[in-house]
Ligand binder design. Structure first.
Ligand code: ATP
Length: 327
């Protein structure tokens, strides 16, 4: 897929009324390929200010996604640019975010379910790493379910992904504090183990519903990450197997070289014990309850930020300083 200029009559009809999600760079809508009737997702990336060249912003995402084709990774279908917007046409999945699905589910979450999800995330990461791609933003929001009833998950959002070049010492400074590896917070080199740390955080959350480094505010969270200050909450992990705990303990390690790689994870006893169903059918009721609280808090935070931004905008517009800000 290359970034081509938009044609007068695009082959897709984008349903701007149906919003699948939104993030830092734009919104995602459903869309239909006119000739085939195929349902797809359109991620529309808009420049946030006049200085930003939107095609530069999206080019990295396109280049990275072009290299990837795997059942646990969302597929890029097409890409085009129109004025100050880039349209990424993606494979559509209808199951929503993995964590949302878990909290909405009436059936209880078991350790076996968590294991099935983690195994697929690991398979996606293993493939990505074999292709020399670092995702660098593997937070739960970026793990989607293919549908509402099945178990297949896909990794999305390669907006912050990078091609790993062993000779270039890559440093980055972005992401969500609770999921950042210590090397990102310390502005040190990032590499494959950086994604493995985040897998450790996501696995911890799936099994307990708790965010292992979460503090009262972002700076406390970042301090916890840098100090590698985490433990297994006794109550939340009461019914979790020792193999699962061992899996997490081998990922949430300060030393990058000490963390399991994706290939090693897939060989770990925890991810290979699915046959022993009875052993892992323990119900993670506490995790589901805690995840519900976590998701409610996240929604509250998102809404709070949106309202605060709207209020700031109102204040600025009533003080008449809009033009000076170039709005
Ligand atoms: P962020 O600020 O989190 O990095 P972003 O602007 O890069 O967000 P994405 O994370 O790619 O955008 O997508 C935002 C949301 O849109 C996702 O959390 C998801 O709910 C939805 N979404 C994205 N891609 C798809 C898809 N292919 N099929 C269905 N829903 C999708």
């Amino acid at each position: 897929v290359s970034l081509r200029p938009s044609q007068p009559c695009e082959p897709y009809s984008i349903n701007t009324k149906e919003v699948l999600g939104g993030g830092r760079f734009g919104t995602v809508h459903t869309c239909i390929e006119k000739t085939s009737g195929l349902k797809l997702a359109a991620k529309i990336i808009t420049a946030r200010n006049a200085k930003e060249r939107v095609s530069d912003m999206a080019l990295n995402e396109i280049q990275v996604m072009n290299q990837l084709s795997h059942p646990n990774i969302i597929q890029l279908y097409d890409a085009f640019v129109s004025k100050n917007q880039v349209f990424l046409i993606l494979e559509f999945v209808e199951g929503g975010e993995l964590f949302e699905r878990i909290v909405d589910e009436s059936a209880p979450l078991t350790e076996l379910d968590a294991m099935i999800f983690v195994k697929q995330i690991c398979q996606g990461i293993q493939y990505m790493h074999q292709m020399y791609v670092l995702h660098l933003d593997l937070k739960p929001e970026n793990i989607l379910c293919v549908n509402r009833s099945g178990y297949q998950v896909k990794i999305i959002d390669f907006g912050l992904a990078r091609r790993y070049k062993p000779r270039d010492k890559l440093r980055v400074s972005f992401g969500t504090p609770e999921f950042l590896a210590p090397e990102i917070v310390n502005f040190d080199f990032v590499s494959f183990p950086t994604d493995m740390w985040t897998l450790g955080v996501v696995t911890y959350m799936l099994l307990s519903g708790l965010s292992p480094f979460m503090g009262d505010d972002d700076s406390q969270t970042l301090n916890n990450v840098v100090a590698v200050n985490w433990y297994f909450d006794e109550e939340a992990f009461e019914h979790v197997s020792p193999e699962a705990k061992d899996f997490i303990s081998n990922l949430l390690i300060r030393e990058r070289s000490g963390r399991l790689s994706a290939t090693q994870c897939l060989k770990h006893p925890w991810l290979n014990s699915a046959k022993d169903k009875a052993k892992h059918s323990n119900i993670l009721l506490k995790s589901q309850l805690q995840l519900r609280k976590y998701m409610a808090k996240r929604l509250w935070k998102k809404n709070y930020i949106a309202i605060a931004a709207a209020n700031r905008f109102k204040k600025i517009s009533s003080s008449g300083s809009l033009t000076s800000l170039g709005i």
